[in-house]
Design a protein around this ligand. Structure first.
Ligand code: PMP
Ligand code: GLU
Length: 397
């Protein structure tokens, strides 16, 4: 007999991680799987960051770190916010956590009561939905369409706000679509937040360094809503440090204090060595980020060009991050004589089985007619992957 809590039963397994695990298992069995499922840079962590971590070990950074993060790290993040994002966060408004994912749940658990509504913009990143559910909140989905470049309008947002809405989660550049909101579009959204007292917005800016043409705009840089924004960021994506597990928030002091209290009971301060590495990363000169961004830009052009040649796919061209989210509705209802494709998850499994390419079905992102492809992989493997996808899809009638 299992005695699991209702809370844990309400949580689904992260589909991004599940697909990544499935492809690891198949690879371990000797299958030639190309994995375009997990969203993480394929680069190694830059050497100057690794050196800082090695030095931290030798310098005996081995004791419990302060719960909200080392003072010098929080000061460096405060400086980064000022210089890169035009936001004034004092170091005590900053809390360092075990990845952006941890930062997000800290804020949600600190702010959301059971029954509170939290607006998320579909297609959304998988974990937002489940984190809200876990806190007893009600996810309210505002849907963006491919025709509108997967971006919602301020009118759509306004229409979704009720007396119970406490928080909006915003993410630009977006996982899973790669879309980037312009300053004008963001300002309109900020005006909706301003209008409703007691409404907050959590801006997940973890892909800020991976934008190909436009600029990154921080939600908290709109002065008129500064005290209603929680900014989430981290080193995973911009510095190829997914395994180091460092994320952080800048927020109104009362929210930071709440997250600090939560961490004090749940995790304590996060890994000392990883914090020292994150400090080096943030203080670096940005050269390695530039190299990675250029590679992602080239691969974006490569994969979108190839996908556009695949019959039936609609391919919106992303402007940032390292994901592309083609619409696959043309293939829904089709079959290869063996497997019928009813939904996007069926198509993901079909591609894993028949093309040996791992991608993620759109259902988990609130985009049932789409699939998500992470193109953080080598140019050669991207070419091979699309070749295989094309051949497998040609079998569906
Ligand atoms: N937000 C978004 C939109 C993401 O794609 C990710 C990647 N997993 C995260 C937050 C969390 O990243 P991490 O926990 O590695 O900092
Ligand atoms: N953010 C990445 C993704 O969407 C990593 C996996 C995860 O943390 O969910 O694939």
């Amino acid at each position: 007999m299992e005695y699991l809590s209702d809370r844990i039963n309400s949580l689904s397994v992260s589909q991004t991680l599940a697909m990544a695990q499935k492809s690891r298992e198949l690879k371990a069995k000797g299958l030639d799987i190309i994995s375009l499922s997990l969203g993480e840079p394929d680069f190694n962590t830059p050497d100057y960051i690794k050196e800082a971590a090695k030095k931290a070990i030798d310098d005996n950074y081995s004791k419990y770190p302060p719960v909200p993060g080392y003072d010098d790290l929080r000061k460096a993040i405060s400086k980064k916010f000022k210089e890169e994002n035009g936001i004034d966060y004092s170091p005590d408004q900053i809390i360092v956590s075990a990845g952006g994912k941890h930062s997000l749940i800290n804020v949600i658990l600190s702010m959301i009561n059971p029954g509170d509504e939290v607006i998320i913009l579909a297609p959304y990143w998988v974990s937002y939905y489940d984190q809200i559910m876990f806190a007893g909140g009600i996810p309210v989905i505002v849907e963006a369409t491919l025709e509108n470049d997967f971006k919602i309008s301020s009118e759509q947002l306004e229409a979704a706000v009720t007396k119970k809405t406490r928080l909006v989660i915003f993410n630009s550049p977006s996982n899973p679509t790669g879309m980037v909101y312009t300053r004008t579009e963001m300002e309109k959204i900020a005006r909706v937040i301003e209008k409703h007292e007691g409404l907050f917005i959590m801006s997940d800016e973890i892909y800020e360094h991976i934008i190909f043409n436009g600029e990154h705009v921080s939600m908290a840089s709109f002065d008129f809503i500064y005290d209603r924004v929680i900014t989430v960021n981290g080193v995973s994506k911009g510095y190829a440090m997914t395994g180091w597990r460092i994320g952080y928030i800048g927020a109104p002091l009362w929210i930071s204090k709440a997250c600090n209290k939560l961490q004090g009971q749940f995790t304590s301060g996060v890994c000392s060595i990883a914090q020292r590495a994150a400090l080096a990363a943030i203080q670096g000169n940005g050269d390695s980020q530039k190299i990675m961004k250029e590679a992602f830009h080239r691969r974006r052009d490569l994969i979108c060009g190839l996908l556009k040649e695949v019959k039936g796919l609609k391919v919106p061209v992303p402007e940032g991050a390292f994901y592309v989210m083609p619409d696959i509705s043309y293939y829904l209802g089709k079959s290869d004589g063996e497997t019928k494709i009813v939904n996007s998850d069926d198509l993901a499994l079909f591609l894993l089985d028949k093309a040996q390419v791992a991608i993620v079905g759109g259902d988990a992102f609130g985009a049932p007619n789409c699939i998500r492809i992470s193109y953080a992989n080598s140019d050669d493997l991207l070419v091979e992957a699309v070749k295989r996808i094309k051949a497998a899809l040609e079998r569906l009638h």
